[in-house]
Design a protein around this ligand. Structure first.
Ligand code: UDP
Ligand code: MG
Length: 303
């Protein structure tokens, strides 16, 4: 299954490249292209490929852009095979690995064969740095362990796919979900490949928000920040109070000083309080969205 957002140039290249590889493989392949509300001619490309290979090429087209997570979910729900592969349309997930992945998975030893980038060539320094930090943080504060550089490119057994689908949450963070469901995963390392065509839709800021949401979806640690800050400042203020009382007796009349420092402390505490409130607000927002029970995506056309 392939999520596609504005991939008109990549789709035919992708199809040809995969066809070349699966040609030599024995299992029958079914393609599911998910058109995530593309504004270019991606849908026509899918229709074209479907009309030429209607027995095995299918597509689902959304009514608008719902994001890659929604597209992944739709793809996993549509796929019928015993094994399901998630691949990007831009050929950054090299199809040459498919035979190896298939061999590993049918050996029965693994439930999932994933891929991991060993470098981030062609990517901005800041982006790589933030990505590394994200993996450090989420692995420290959350129960799920996410492998640094793991891509969504993976082959899963039907059993694992069903497990992933049994998580019906609205805020989907697949990197976390794939790990949360457990099962034995083997990662194949490979060197980063650049897109064949088109441009990525992920700006550093979008990626940052995605990472932040992932942390909130998979950890309750940010919620305890307020408790820690609260405890710490209460402790400091008790010490301060003791100092002030002692000064009052040792040097009568000298305890009222430092207007500027007082303002700074008030601002600091006010800021921390607002920040903690904001974090709580993020969780409340997630609960709010979940409680609406909205569908993750809306299908306009399916073939
Ligand atoms: N994608 C999608 N919906 C979106 C954004 C991206 O379905 O809103 C698809 C995109 O077409 C591609 C895959 O997700 O097949 C990965 O996107 P991209 O190559 O931009 O990200 P990167 O490779 O940098 O992770
Ligand atoms: Mg890509």
């Amino acid at each position: 299954m392939v999520p596609c957002y504005n991939e008109e140039e990549s789709i035919p290249l992708f199809f040809d490249a995969v066809e070349k590889v699966v040609h030599q493989m024995e299992p029958t392949i079914e393609y599911w292209f998910i058109n995530d509300g593309s504004r270019d001619r991606s849908l026509s490309e899918m229709r074209k490929i479907h009309s030429q290979n209607s027995d095995r090429v299918h597509y689902v087209s959304f009514s608008r852009n719902f994001g890659k997570e929604a597209a992944l979910y739709a793809g996993l729900r549509s796929a019928n095979g015993d094994y399901v592969v998630v691949m990007d349309a831009d050929l950054q997930d090299p199809p040459e690995y498919l035979p190896e992945m298939y061999k590993l998975i049918i050996s029965g030893e693994y439930d999932c064969v994933g891929t991991r980038r060993t470098d981030r060539k062609g990517e901005a320094k800041l982006k790589s740095f933030l990505s590394d930090k994200f993996y450090d943080v989420i692995n420290k504060i959350s129960d799920v362990k996410i492998v640094n550089g793991a891509r969504d490119y993976r082959m899963m057994t039907r059993q694992m796919v069903n497990a992933v689908l049994s998580l019906t949450e609205y805020n989907r963070f697949s990197k976390g979900i794939f790990n949360w469901v457990g099962f034995k995963t083997k990662y194949i390392p490979y060197k980063n490949v650049e897109r064949v065509a088109g441009t990525t839709d992920w700006s550093t800021w979008k990626l940052f928000k995605y990472a932040f949401n992932g942390i909130i979806d998979f950890s309750e640690a940010p919620l305890s920040i307020a408790t820690w800050f609260g405890g710490f400042s209460a402790f400091v203020s008790i010490i301060g109070l003791i100092v002030v009382i002692i000064r009052h007796f040792v040097e009568p009349g000298s305890s009222a000083f430092g207007w500027a420092s007082l303002v700074c402390i008030m601002l600091l505490l006010g800021g921390i309080q607002l920040m903690c409130l904001g974090i709580v607000g993020r969780y409340v927002g997630k609960i709010y969205m979940q409680s609406k029970h909205r569908p993750v995506y809306i299908v306009k056309e399916k073939k």
